[in-house]
Structure formats: structure tokens, C-alpha cells
Design a protein. Structure first.
Length: 163
């Protein structure tokens, strides 16, 4: 993407980008490290948006924009990843085969192929519960992951559980 660079004596530098949608984005980097971003809509003279960032904020935003902390997965790859994986929220009822037992005691993964990735108990969420310490209680909502068959196996094994 081509941009124009302009010296601003006593202030810093200005970079102007013409975006595909006809919008002009201007970045001014002050000698103090402060950054200002101006967005000017097509055929407008005044900016529709002005953002002012400290040097540290600009660096953090730059890392995000550059994709150093998160790289999105292309939709076609997500379809392959998620095609077989199912995530279900399952409520444990009184009398369930797994109520009052730990995940390990219940041997859930071994018997069903499914994995419990979280337990929602009231307002509290236990993420990645320890299989040897997390006791499943009636009323818990379990976040269960696996294939469709794993989930079917889990619901059959669980007894009094519902989605």
C-alpha cells in the first residue's frame, strides 16, 4: 500500500495512506513519541475520527496490527479444524452417574472420548478443571468437547444429564 511521507518541522512526521475503500488515513508521529491517527472519509475535508496514542499504546497497537500476538485462522482451515469437533453445554442432574465424582473417577475421556474443558457452577467458571480434584455436582453445567459420537457416548454414560 503506497503512502506519502511528509516532514513536519518541529513536530515530527506525517504518513498518509489511501485505503481501498476511498478513506484516507493519516498518522502523525510527534517528536515526543505521541501518535495521532486521523481518518478522513472520501469527499470530506474534516476527519471523521481522531485517535491519540501514547508511544507505548502505539507500540501495542502495532504488535496487534502486525499479527505478532494473534494470527487469524483462514475460514477454510477453521472448517477443517471444527468439522469434527463439537462443543456442548451439558447440565448435570440429580442422580447422574457422574455426580459426586471427580472427572478422573468417572473416567469420562476413557469411557466416552469426550473431554470436560470447563465447569460452570452458579456464577463461577472452572476452566480446564483438574480431573483429580474437580468434583462434578448436580446443577453443574459442563462444557464438553469431542466428536458428535463422543458427545453421544458422554450423554449416554452420564445418565441424568441434558443439553
Amino acid at each position: 500500500m503506497p503512502f506519502r511521507e511528509t516532514d513536519l518541522p518541529g513536530v515530527g512526521k506525517r504518513y498518509t495512506f489511501e485505503l481501498e475503500e476511498g478513506v484516507e488515513l493519516t498518522l502523525i508521529i510527534h517528536n515526543t513519541g505521541r501518535r495521532e491517527i486521523y481518518i478522513v472519509e472520501e469527499e470530506e475535508e474534516e476527519p471523521s475520527c481522531v485517535i491519540s496514542l501514547t508511544e507505548e499504546e502505539a507500540k501495542e497497537l502495532g504488535f496487534l496490527l502486525a499479527g505478532t500476538t494473534y494470527q487469524p485462522v483462514a475460514p477454510e482451515k477453521m472448517e477443517v479444524i471444527l468439522k469434527e469437533m463439537v462443543m456442548e453445554w451439558v447440565k448435570v442432574r440429580e442422580g447422574s452417574n457422574i455426580a459426586g465424582r471427580t472427572i478422573a473417577e468417572s473416567q469420562i475421556r476413557k469411557r466416552t472420548g469426550a473431554s470436560i474443558v470447563a465447569i460452570i457452577r452458579g456464577e463461577k467458571m472452572i476452566v480446564n478443571p483438574d480431573p483429580y480434584e474437580a468434583v462434578i455436582e448436580p446443577g453443574d453445567v459442563l462444557v464438553v468437547v469431542g466428536t458428535r459420537q463422543h458427545l453421544k457416548n458422554f450423554l449416554e454414560y452420564c445418565g441424568s444429564c441434558s443439553t
